[in-house]
Design a binder for this molecule. Sequence first.
Ligand SMILES: Cc1cc2nc3c(=O)[nH]c(=O)nc-3n(C[C@H](O)[C@H](O)[C@H](O)COP(=O)(O)O)c2cc1C
Length: 479
Amino acid sequence: MTPRPKQIHLAAHFPGVNNTTVWTDPRSRSQIDIDSFVHLARKAEEGLFDFFFLAEGLRLREQGNRIFDLDVVGRPDTFTVLQAIAGVTTRLGLAATINTTFNEPYELAKQFATLDHLSEGRAAWNIVTSPDAFTGENFRRGGFLDYGLRYDRAAAVVSAARRLWDSWGRPPRIDRAAGVFAADEDLAPVDLHDGHVDITGRFEVPRSPQGQPVLLQAGDSSAGREFAAGHAEVIFSRHGTLADGQAFYADVKRRLPAYGRHADDLKILPGVSVVLGDTRQEAEDNARRIARQQVGPQTAIAFLEQVWGTDLSGYDPDGPLPAVDPSPHATITRGRVRHDRDPVAVAAAWRARAETEGLSIRDLVIAETHRQQFVGTADQVADEMNRYVQSDACDGFILVPHLTPGGLDDVIDRVVPRLQDRGVFRTSYEGATLRDLLGSRPAVSFAAVPSGPSAASGPGDPGPAASSTGRRGPVGVRG
Ligand SMILES: Cc1cc2nc3c(=O)[nH]c(=O)nc-3n(C[C@H](O)[C@H](O)[C@H](O)COP(=O)(O)O)c2cc1C
């Protein structure tokens, strides 16, 4: 019997960060109206997607001391949006990108447990770590966390949240005659103290349908990958090309056995976009047109300024790149996700490419910032997506549309049926929770999670209830 091919996982990314979204298109709608969220979420559910995904930023970006308004400005509160979407969908997972640096674990545990209850088991947490001081100015402690400690804090925050979720061993036992609604033994006290977390008490929210929400991670460094191997069930990756995806996939999956986990326990989903046409030629023409809409003249110069760290508004976007080198430490952008790269080396590589390929500033920025796109007819795109998944470049995709909110309508109407024809995508929702859709194992008791090779100093869990006093705190048990 031929083995069943690997199944593809799909998620819908609500647009709203960077220049992927074309806000100038007359079909673009609000990034904040409820109708926009409802449209994309309902469409994703119609397409039997695994989950709906919200990215997040915690401060308006600036460039050259002005609000950076070349892509979307303004973002509503993630939990409020997802609770609203929970009310108009029934099976779609709901993934919230939430930063571990500037948030407190007790509050987060409560918000995610509530989302999991109200959505009946569909909550997911995309764990991000950016600790930049500019963002921190919106929060009580400012830029309190050294960049090198971002995953230490993430591990402490996530471990604390897991312990809180786990502290309700079983749903409350209600004995109306005796007037008992929760017995002490159902609900372990939590006593957690380390450099990042200080919690003593009992958790307010009873065990949610998934026990714990699904954990996603977005972060690319070796520490980030190790963190994902220890904690996450999904990685949102930026490794969208075949070769790059295969290298990333192999690197992350080989880290799992050290945490007692299997390759299938962690799904890798790169963010990609799809451009369709009735013929390949038409799709390629569409892709070129969209890329030029995404990188207009001002956006091209703004990208260059982010590398050069200085005002380049005097340059012609249709002309050659600056001959001067960037100053290595200057920065003009604030509030953008940090990518470690040497600006002088990047500038040299960009100039070399522009010269070899005869590219203007705008052409070069389009070529360099171009996300992996699946471009072709619906059949060609379905074949290509499937090839990536079957050849272990990923386990599926987070689809990033270029239009809000209808940018995935075509993909869902035309590509999903082709994936179903090929036997690689579900034809109905099965199981009750997001964890079921992802094929993840049920949430295990915190105490049962192996802490991995670097638990003492690195990204693994700190071990059961370690406290600064050396006491063993109460341990959450699972009924
Ligand atoms: C694909 C991807 C998506 C990300 N999305 C967000 C986001 O929406 N909000 C955010 O604050 N950080 C986001 N980040 C940033 C990461 O959380 C992290 O701070 C950053 O990548 C640095 O960690 P690293 O050194 O492990 O890569 C994203 C990172 C990646 C790779």
